[in-house]
Design a protein around this ligand. Structure first.
Ligand code: PLP
Length: 369
C-alpha cells in the first residue's frame, strides 16, 4: 500500500518506534510510583521523551505534558484560557478539535482570515479581531485539509502586542516545520505524538508556557497527601498512569527526527507535494495549491470524492476524502458541499509514491465524473 494519509496519522513508522514500544512493555512498570528498577526504568524512559521533545521544541522538559492526543491537549489549553461566555479569536481553518470544545463551552467565537494561502488576509483579519478584544486566540499552524501554513510567528507577535494569550495547534506542523515554544511565546502548543512526531497512536504533547488548569484530577505519584492537584509542571497536567509504551515509542520517533533533521523531512515531503500538484493539474481536477503550503494537498474531482478515494484504495493508494473533521476550513474554501480528496505526504515521501499515485489516478473513473 502507498500510504498518503499522513495528515491523519503517520504509518510505517521508523522500525525503532515499534522496538521501543515492545521493550517498554517488557521492562517498564509505573513511573514515579516506586523505587524498584522497573519503575525507575519507566521514569527514565518518560524523562528521556520529555528531554527529546524539549530539545525539538525549545522549552524545558518540565513544560512538556503528555496527553492522549492533540485534542486532549487542546481541551486542557482551551479550558485554561477561556470560560463560558468568553471571547475567542480563531482562524478560518480550524479543526473540530478546536471548534467543538469552544462550542461546547459556550465561548463567543470570531473567525478571522478565511482566504487560503493569503498571509495578508490572515494577518489583517486576525489583527482586526484582536483589536476588538479577546480573552484568547486559538489557531492552527497548518490546515489539515489544504496544507496552508499560517503565518504563526506573525500571529504570535500580534497576540503578544495585543496581550491576548494564545494556543497554537501544531497537529500538522510538529515534526515537519520548526516550532519553538520560547520564540513564539505561546501560552500553550498542542500536538499529537502520532503524526509528524512518528510516535504511536494514543500519544500527544501539550507544551505549557503557563500553568494549565487540570482537565481531570487524580494520582500523580507526587504530593499524595494533598487533595488538590500539584501546582508544578508536568504533574499538574498528568493525572493517572502515563502511556509508557506509547511514550517510549514517541521518544524513538523524536530520536529519528533529531538524527534526520526536521528540515530534511520537510524538503523530502515538499518534493513529493510539488510533483503531486503538477500531476493533479495535468489531470485537470480542481487543485488547491499555493504559496505557504505544507506537504498536504486537496483536490475536487469531477465525480464524488468518497468514490475517488475508494477507487484509489482498491488500486493500493491510501488517501482521505470528505470534510476531514474541519467543516470550518471547507466553509472558508467553498468546498463544504463537495468535500475534497486529501493527499498528505510523510517522512518517507519518495518519487516511487508519486509514480504509483499518478498511475492510479489515471485509472480512476470518478476523477473525470
Ligand atoms: N488539529 C488538527 C489541525 C488536526 O489535523 C488534528 C487531527 O487530524 C487534530 C487537531 C486532532 O488531533 P488528534 O487526533 O491527535 O487528537
Amino acid at each position: 500500500m502507498i500510504y498518503l494519509d499522513n495528515g491523519a496519522t503517520s504509518f510505517h513508522k521508523p522500525a525503532a518506534v515499534g522496538i521501543a514500544v515492545a521493550e517498554a512493555l517488557r521492562r517498564c512498570a509505573n513511573p514515579g510510583r516506586g523505587g524498584y528498577e522497573a519503575a525507575m526504568e519507566a521514569a527514565r524512559k518518560v524523562y528521556e521523551c520529555r528531554e527529546e521533545a524539549a530539545a525539538l521544541f525549545d522549552c524545558q522538559p518540565e513544560q512538556v505534558v503528555f496527553t492522549a492526543n492533540c485534542t486532549h491537549g487542546l481541551n486542557i489549553a482551551i479550558r485554561t484560557l477561556l470560560k463560558p461566555g468568553g471571547r475567542a479569536v480563531i482562524s478560518g481553518f480550524e479543526h473540530n478539535a478546536v471548534t467543538r470544545p469552544l462550542h461546547m463551552m459556550g465561548v463567543n467565537v470570531t473567525v478571522a482570515g478565511r482566504k487560503l494561502f493569503d498571509w495578508d488576509d490572515t494577518l489583517t483579519e486576525f489583527e482586526d479581531a484582536l483589536r476588538r478584544g479577546a480573552d484568547a486566540a486559538v489557531f492552527t499552524h497548518v490546515s489539515n485539509v489544504f496544507g496552508y501554513i499560517l503565518p504563526a510567528e506573525e500571529m504570535a507577535a500580534l497576540c503578544r502586542r495585543y496581550r491576548v494569550p494564545f494556543i497554537l495547534d501544531a497537529a500538522q506542523s510538529a515534526g515537519t516545520l520548526p516550532v519553538s515554544l520560547r520564540a513564539l511565546g505561546a501560552d500553550f502548543i498542542a500536538m499529537p505524538g502520532h503524526k509528524g512526531l512518528l510516535g504511536p497512536q494514543g500519544t500527544g504533547l501539550l507544551l505549557c508556557g503557563r500553568s494549565p488548569e487540570p482537565l481531570i484530577a487524580g494520582g500523580t505519584g507526587s504530593e499524595s497527601a494533598r487533595q488538590t492537584m500539584p501546582d508544578f509542571l508536568p504533574d499538574r497536567g498528568e493525572a493517572g498512569t502515563l502511556n509508557v509504551p506509547g511514550i517510549a515509542g514517541l521518544a524513538a520517533g523524536l530520536g529519528y527526527l533529531r538524527r534526520t533533521g526536521v528540515n530534511t523531512v520537510c524538503r523530502r515531503e515538499h518534493r513529493g507535494l510539488e510533483e503531486c500538484v503538477r500531476d493533479l493539474r495535468r489531470l485537470g481536477v480542481r487543485v488547491f495549491a499555493g504559496e505557504h503550503q505544507a506537504a498536504t494537498v486537496s483536490f475536487v474531482p469531477a465525480g464524488d470524492c468518497e468514490d475517488t478515494a475508494g477507487q484509489l484504495a482498491k488500486l493500493g493508494i491510501a488517501v482521505r476524502a470528505g470534510l476531514h473533521c474541519a467543516p470550518l476550513a471547507h466553509e472558508s474554501a467553498g468546498t463544504l458541499d463537495s468535500g475534497t480528496v486529501r493527499i498528505s505526504f510523510g517522512y518517507d515521501a519518495c518519487p516511487g509514491q508519486n509514480e504509483a499515485l499518478r498511475r492510479a489516478l489515471t485509472r480512476c473513473p470518478s476523477l473525470r465524473g
